[in-house]
Design a protein around this ligand. Structure first.
Ligand code: RFL
Length: 399
């Protein structure tokens, strides 16, 4: 960082250069709002961090509306089919013909982040890499500040009119909220996934969800050479503890490769252990500090909503900040929290439904057997009921 170290004021200080922070930065910059993005990591790290891939139709519309969709239009792949594999056989849902008839665009998050970053810098956006926000101070006044330290540990302070906390679940924005100012709703779903990226072409032309007595397995295409897999594992499993052979054997077994064709194997290049939990902060504002994206609420990745909610929140927040700063009208900013929370809870509800569709209790006690029979009935309903399929499609691809 050069200029931003010497000039440490901005009307809006944005913490975090993920999808939320970068969409917000681009929109504010386009509106002529003075802003800066502070990002703890180095640029190369931000541009190569592989996470999400499924963008909802509304996310694409938002990005298009603001001229941020050029890369995903060129390189993203339309996607509209998912396949469920169970002990009763398999069935496919083409959700572009169900619900509102919408599709996903598969576009790796790191490419979206790279596009947003390149565009932000091209239009003169200010960003500091290797700058960690330590705390947000005086958020209950109209002169908040952010204390920072750079990669060499040198401290600094940014003064602002508003601070946008887009720095994820473990960021400084959440940490700076005074006790009792915001309520945190939390749910641990008691399920753990080993998330994998494999240097292997997709094995089916659909998102694959395998419901198996040994646990869940999932298949999600990313590119023609890279596929994301998930395999449910015991809580407490270390990311490196399964050999590649065990991973592929287990995936093949649960995806029922013997019946439907073996998976294309390849080198596993990334492993992440994900304990499925969800949280929502309420309200998403404390004075001059606003929360967006994962900082506002964490949706378990079962329904691929996190990045989509981040983009949506950024658009809503940009509108509120622009009105407040340039038109002296704070109505949209005052409505920000309630508007976003309505979307967040809707996504949480669907994600929770997906978790209960894809995972059942492992025990053989009466309650476990009861819940597994309920789950079986739920899957049968999804396979056979058109109205259930319409409901699924609307929520699966919508945000
Ligand atoms: P990000 O992307 O985490 O960015 C936050 C940024 O803040 C920085 N940061 C700080 N900077 C300064 N000071 C500090 N103190 C800081 N602390 C943190 C971080 O370095 C980072 O750059 O949050 P954002 O923008 O809210 O975006 C959220 C999404 O990244 C997330 O919800 C999704 O990746 C979730 N997710 C998925 N979402 C989807 O919509 N579709 C998917 O297909 C999908 N797949 C996934 C996923 C998440 C996964 N993980 C992480 C469990 C697959 C996986 C494996």
């Amino acid at each position: 960082m050069t200029e931003s170290q010497t000039r440490s004021t901005a009307d809006v200080v944005i913490l975090g250069a993920g999808p939320a922070g970068l969409v917000l930065g681009n929109l504010l910059q386009d509106s002529g709002v003075d802003c800066v993005v502070l990002e703890r990591a180095e640029r190369a790290h931000v541009q190569t961090r592989a996470r999400a891939g499924f963008l909802a139709a509304n996310t694409v519309r938002i990005l298009e509306r603001h001229g941020l969709a050029e890369g995903l239009r060129r390189r993203g792949q339309a996607h509209s089919t998912c396949e469920f594999r169970t002990a009763d056989g398999r069935f496919r849902l083409d959700y572009s013909g169900l619900g509102h008839g919408e599709r996903h665009t598969v576009y790796p998050q790191q490419e979206l982040v790279t596009d947003l970053l390149t565009r932000f810098l091209a239009v003169g956006g200010r960003i500091g890499f290797g700058v960690e926000a330590v705390a947000v101070l005086d958020a209950d006044t109209d002169r908040p500040s952010v204390t920072v330290r750079d990669a060499d540990g040198r401290p600094g302070t940014w003064r602002a009119r508003y601070v946008a906390g887009c720095d994820g679940r473990h960021g400084a924005a959440r940490r700076s909220l005074p006790a009792g100012s915001v309520r945190r709703h939390h749910c641990d779903h008691g399920v753990t996934w080993l998330g994998l990226l494999a240097e292997a072409p997709p094995s089916l032309d659909a998102v694959g969800y395998a419901v198996h007595e040994r646990g869940f397995a999932g298949h999600m295409a990313r590119t023609s050479e890279i596929t994301r897999y998930y395999v449910q594992c015991e809580r407490g499993t270390a990311a490196g503890s399964w050999s590649e052979e065990r991973i592929w054997d287990e995936l093949d077994l649960r995806m029922r490769g013997a019946e439907y064709g073996p998976l294309h194997r390849g080198r596993v290049v990334q492993r992440t252990v994900v304990d499925l939990d969800s949280d929502v902060l309420e309200p998403l504002r404390h004075g001059s500090l606003f929360l967006a994206g994962d900082a506002a609420g964490l949706v378990s990745p079962s329904a691929a909503k996190g990045a989509n909610l981040a983009v949506l929140a950024a658009e809503i927040l940009a509108e509120g900040l622009t009105d407040a700063l340039l038109r002296d009208n704070s109505a949209a900013l005052d409505a920000y929290s309630a508007r976003c929370l309505a979307y967040i809870w809707r996504a949480q509800e669907f994600s929770h439904w997906m978790i209960r569709l894809l995972h059942g209790p492992t025990g053989s006690d009466e309650t476990s057997l009861f819940h597994n029979s309920l789950r079986h009935s739920r899957i049968t309903s999804l396979r056979t009921s058109r109205s259930h399929q319409d409901w699924f499609a609307e929520h699966y691809v919508g945000v």
